[in-house]
Design a protein around this ligand. Structure first.
Ligand SMILES: [Zn+2]
Length: 458
């Protein structure tokens, strides 16, 4: 569909009384280029601005919120984004079918979840997100499967695997993770210490179910995530959010000086090395290391010396947290794979292999901790993908700057309580579907989230 025709349809639908959001949804379903329009502004004003810019200056304009869109430029594309997403999903399904013997799940085959032998009140959910996905060439494709042996042979065969999770939001790690946690595509500046604008899953969970602060935790990779535990939305907010642990901040505080032996654990992000926000507010305080995690400062420092990456430090903190606090809602964001931005292929591969191992370690922790075993559902998903090699604007495995279908089309697996094992689903899901799905599982109402519960899981 040409943009001028799209604009005409947009106006026509307005005449029929449809909301901005409904009209843009219809347009995006008709024209793949609109997939790229949706992220840039939740309010109708900015959407109109995007629409008008692209309509009148079809192939010349940058996104009007250039900082927010990670440098993406709008340009013509020969391949439809939706077709590319379907192709990615289809090839993932084939890879998994061949290597892990997963069956294709459909509603007709009765692929809905089994009921766990535990009440909703006792159920727990652990969410692992990756800050920065990896290409299929290095993971699910036959030539990449050697990098993810734990996922391929241990976790995926026990999972319901969704091959097409589309992120229509801003491709920056903090804002994308915040969006996953609110079920709304957030538009906050990715490089600012700001809370999400909509209530987080933690606030819905704690407010609706009257859970204490100790029952919802976030372990986050970067000091820039220090506000992700709670929004500033009225009637929700910090008093109802999750407690956030920033392992690097914790280690920095524990060291107080002499960071020499620990530099490899302390790099805050891989895109803007000089962005290091001042921490304030609800960050985890050092005294809580001993009080909550039950680890002395000296033991923490000694253990950290044995670790090779920030994500290993995070998983160590997760292990202590699960044993000491056993939160019912635990969100872990990992970030090692994003070292891909440095451009060193060997480091990128090494981080994929480490992430694969750490996911299996967390799954084993869940199996072996009495507070979690048998009643926990684990979700694993990247926040988004990486640019395509074949796209003219792509730049290999390194970045996620073009906003192309490859960088938007990621995957998700769920395993554990209430999840049917060994099934692959390739219909499109949206990143905003995660929070409503968690709400259906734990029985809280994420009233402002935009996605829908995934029926195969909830
Ligand atoms: Zn990145």
């Amino acid at each position: 569909m040409r943009f001028s025709a799209a604009l005409a349809l947009y106006v026509l639908l307005a005449d029929q009384g449809m909301t901005d959001s409904s009209r843009l949804e219809i347009l995006s379903s008709r024209d793949d280029d609109f997939l790229g329009l949706l992220p840039y502004g939740e309010d109708s004003g900015s959407r109109w601005f995007c629409l008008v810019v692209v309509t009148w200056f079809p192939y010349a304009g940058k996104c009007p919120k250039s900082q927010a869109c990670s440098g993406r430029t709008m340009k013509p594309t020969n391949n439809s984004a939706r077709n590319t997403s379907w192709q990615l999903a289809g090839s993932r399904r084939e890879f998994l079918h061949d290597a892990a013997h997963l069956a294709l799940g459909t509603a007709l085959l009765g692929s809905f979840p089994g009921r766990p032998n535990v009440s909703a009140k006792k159920r727990k959910v652990v969410v692992i997100t990756f800050g920065g996905g990896a290409r299929d060439q290095e993971t699910f494709a036959p030539e990449g499967q050697g990098n993810i042996p734990h996922l391929m042979h241990e976790l995926i065969p026990q999972s319901s695997f969704f091959t097409q999770l589309v992120n229509r939001g801003i491709l920056g790690h903090y804002v994308a993770t915040a969006s996953l946690a609110t079920g709304v595509y957030e538009t906050i500046n990715n490089f600012a210490s700001l809370p999400p604008e909509h209530p987080t899953v933690f606030e819905y969970f704690r407010k609706d179910l009257r859970r204490p602060a100790s029952d919802a935790w976030v372990v986050a990779p970067s000091n820039g995530f220090n506000r992700m535990g709670a929004s500033d939305y009225r009637s929700y907010g910090a008093g109802l959010g999750a407690q956030v642990i920033l392992p690097k901040h914790l280690l920095t505080t524990a060291l107080s000086s002499g960071h020499g032996d620990y530099q490899h654990l302390l790099r805050d992000n891989y895109e803007t090395p000089y962005y290091a926000p001042e921490l304030s507010g609800s960050e985890f305080e050092l005294q809580q290391l001993e009080k909550i995690l039950k680890v002395s400062v000296e033991d923490f420092k000694a253990h950290a010396r044995t670790l090779s990456s920030p994500d290993e430090l995070s998983v160590y903190v997760v292990q202590q947290l699960m044993r000491q606090e056993a939160p019912s809602l635990l969100w872990i964001t990992m970030h090692d794979i994003d070292i891909a931005h440095a451009g060193a292929y060997s480091l990128y591969i090494e981080s994929i292999r480490r992430t694969d191992r750490l996911c299996a370690e967390i799954w084993n922790l869940i199996q072996n901790e009495p507070e979690y075993a048998g009643k926990t559902t684990l979700f694993i998903l990247p926040d988004f993908g990486r640019d395509s090699d074949v796209d003219a604007g792509g730049n290999g495995f390194q970045h996620h700057r073009t906003g192309d279908a490859s960088s938007r089309t990621t995957w998700m697996m769920a395993l554990g309580a209430g999840v049917r094992e060994g099934v692959v689903f390739d219909r499109p899901l949206d990143s905003t579907d995660l929070v409503p799905t968690l709400g259906a599982i734990l029985q809280f109402s994420p009233s402002l989230a935009r996605g829908k519960p995934i029926p195969e899981l909830a």
